[in-house]
Design a protein around this ligand. Structure first.
Ligand SMILES: [Mg+2]
Length: 313
């Protein structure tokens, strides 16, 4: 199969036309028209065989996840997704059917979230990898950032924490395995939180680590009430020999939104969650000073040591 046949087979299932796509795949570069009066929000992330996935992952799940993790970053910024580009690397002799499967998964995620694939590239390497760039838009100046949290703001998280990490365990229930393989970017919630959340990020490296990032960017500390954490189903965690609290605090790959909002906006947060069709849980508050303190059910304080995922370890 030639490079061109490969690109065609890989990209064909994906939606290619969409808002602002003046000229898509097939020329030297794409021509894109940014929405009038809006800021572009752009991010890139790679998934690499042997690091982020292995042979246990279905090819379509690899493609889905490569796009979904990027869309999660757009969700965290309150952006509406528009375009994606994908750079693929592949071993000599890789099965074309496997690459086509990856392309189908990417296409399914793109279709599910209204994203047009506007460019791609393929090159030889020692392993399969996908580097996906996505762009979205927010009304000018309306992007959510990590930096606006203030002492006294309440802290919220969407969905369940630790379920995706549980999904890696051999005895994990099907729901947890699905969370690991096909994360659902919280785009609708991100949109609903514009003008409401004071700080926001997506939980990719584990709650405590990502909360540390939010606190550092906002120049605040945080208090987390452990009893409030929406962890993985306790029975399922126990069957898999895992501690649900550890999974909830440091599991990683949740792709949920962690955000702060003033207490007087708690009702609006609940309404935004209902509109987005996602559960949102109040888990604590931002405080003055620095550091993350964990309060257990008896009110005892523990100092958090972030044990999330370090990409370079
Ligand atoms: Mg992120």
């Amino acid at each position: 199969m030639t490079e061109f046949e490969l690109i065609d087979r890989f990209t064909r299932p994906a939606p290619r036309a969409g808002e602002g796509v003046v000229l898509g795949i097939g020329d030297d570069a794409a021509v894109l028209r940014p929405p009038r009066g809006e800021d572009l929000v752009v991010t890139v992330d790679a998934v690499v065989e042997g690091v982020h996935f292995d042979a246990r992952f279905a090819p379509a799940d690899v493609g889905w996840k490569a796009l979904a993790v990027n869309l999660s970053d757009l969700a965290a910024m309150g952006a509406r997704p528009l375009w994606a580009l994908c750079a693929l690397t592949t071993r000599r002799g890789e099965r074309p059917a496997r690459l086509a499967g990856v392309g189908r998964g990417l296409a399914a995620c793109a279709r599910a979230h209204g994203v047009a694939l506007v460019g791609g590239n393929v090159s030889r390497a020692r392993e399969l990898s996908l580097t996906v760039t996505v762009a979205g838009a927010v009304p000018r100046g309306a992007a959510l950032t990590r930096a606006g949290g203030r002492p006294g703001d309440l802290l919220f998280v969407s969905g369940r924490l630790g379920e995706a990490a549980l999904g890696l365990a051999p005895q994990a229930p099907a729901a947890a395995r699905a969370r690991q393989r096909r994360p659902a970017p919280r785009l609708a919630l991100g949109l609903a939180l514009r003008g409401l959340a004071t700080a926001c990020l997506d939980v990719s490296d584990g709650l405590l680590q990502d909360l540390g990032h939010l606190c550092a960017a906002s120049g605040v500390g945080a208090r987390v009430e452990l009893a409030r954490l929406p962890g993985p189903p306790a029975r399922a965690a126990a069957r898999a020999g895992q501690d649900p609290l550890a999974l909830a605090c440091g599991g990683g790959e949740d792709y949920e939104l962690l955000f702060s909002a003033p207490p007087r906006r708690a009702g609006a947060v609940a309404a935004a969650a209902a509109r987005a069709g996602v559960a949102v849980t109040h888990i604590g508050a931002l405080v003055g000073g620095g550091g993350v303190r964990l309060l257990d059910a008896r009110g005892r304080t523990h100092t958090a040591r972030a044990r999330g995922h370090d990409h370079l370890r």
